[in-house]
Design a protein around this ligand. Structure first.
Ligand SMILES: Cc1cc2nc3c(=O)[nH]c(=O)nc-3n(C[C@H](O)[C@H](O)[C@H](O)COP(=O)(O)OP(=O)(O)OC[C@H]3O[C@@H](n4cnc5c(N)ncnc54)[C@H](O)[C@@H]3O)c2cc1C
Length: 292
């Protein structure tokens, strides 16, 4: 398939230049390009017909992983391969590395970025669900220089929809420093290894001094509505001892409450069973990471 005619292609060196290039066109006529792993398919199929492409790959201020002071900031143009291999992403942030290590195939991981994934917010994507499950914040800059930060709970509005305005650039995703003894994990299941998930589950838990769960977030990828939290599982985990029985009860609750759908990849019951099985595995892993 061939794209519609693209009038202009620019490769700015800074965020300010990128926003200025976008502003030369009517809103919606120019678009950012990150790794191109979703955008190029949409452009080739003419789902998107941009007049101008603003390629972000030369903007060094959008790249890198900064784990200073216990928190975490990942530049929007940081590629999956760097996230998967980062030694900083353990404990509370290990789910990010779990997800990045299995997104697509090697080619997708070498090109695709965390920023592109959260801005595209494809329904089956791993990274939006993991950012939701780990309580990330999206940091945006507008053409007038104005900055705003949006919590994941408010950023992801539904498949292919986010709270980002067309005139804003995502500069980074960040996380507050977690309380000590916090661990997270993510695992997906797909029809083909390293393909988009049919279902994925992310769990982040904190463990208090008495060994019980003091905070829990659970999110699911692959639902028709996109990445969603699983409040029933979070409530069940909170205050529990993180035992096999407690985790099983929580993931049964997640599976029962989830609005699963049937399609050619799996039916609704099969998706529920995946939530149970994957959920048990990742919750056990998250508790183990929290305790070490
Ligand atoms: C074969 C294949 C397998 C895949 N498997 C998986 C998988 O298993 N799990 C998974 O989660 N995903 C998977 N994906 C999707 C992949 O994760 C994409 O990389 C991701 O969806 C888009 O990231 P990107 O950097 O390529 O962004 P692009 O495709 O370049 O951009 C996506 C969108 O985000 C916008 N955008 C990008 N960066 C910014 C920014 N900084 N500010 C504002 N807007 C921005 C663009 O304008 C565009 O609208 C797969 C893709 C392919 C091709």
């Amino acid at each position: 398939m061939f794209p519609a005619k693209i009038e202009k292609y620019v490769r700015p060196q800074s965020i300010a230049e990128a926003l200025a290039a976008l502003g030369e066109f009517e809103e919606g006529d120019a678009m950012f390009l990150a790794g191109g792993q979703s955008a190029m398919q949409a452009i080739k199929s003419r789902m998107l017909r941009p007049e101008c492409i603003v390629d972000l790959q030369n903007i060094s201020e959008l790249k890198g992983i900064d784990a200073a002071a216990g928190g975490l900031r990942i530049g929007a143009m940081t590629r999956y391969v760097e996230i998967a291999q980062s030694a900083a992403l353990n404990g509370a942030f290990a789910a990010l590395a779990d997800a990045a290590a299995r997104v697509g195939d090697r080619q997708v991981r070498n090109r695709g970025t965390i920023g592109g994934s959260v801005c595209w917010n494809y329904m089956a994507s791993c990274m939006p669900a993991v950012v939701l499950g780990t309580n990330g914040t999206m940091n945006l800059t507008a053409a007038n220089g104005g900055e705003r930060s949006i919590a994941a709970d408010d950023f992801f509005l539904g498949p292919l929809e986010t709270a980002r305005e067309d005139t804003e650039i995502l500069t980074s995703v960040s996380w507050d420093a977690p309380v000590s003894k916090t661990g997270s994990a993510y695992k997906k299941w797909g029809l083909v290894t390293d393909a988009l998930p049919v279902v994925g589950v992310c769990v982040r838990v904190s463990v208090g001094g008495d060994g019980t769960c003091s905070d829990a977030r659970v999110s699911i990828s692959g639902l028709a509505g996109g990445g969603e939290r699983a409040p029933a599982a979070e409530t069940a985990l909170l205050g529990s001892d993180g035992s096999t029985a407690a985790i099983a009860k929580a993931m049964d609750a997640a599976a029962e409450a989830a609005d699963t759908h049937s399609d050619m990849s799996a039916d609704a019951d099969y998706r529920r069973q995946l939530i149970r099985n994957l959920g048990r595995e990742v919750a056990a892993s998250a508790f183990a990471r929290a305790r070490t």
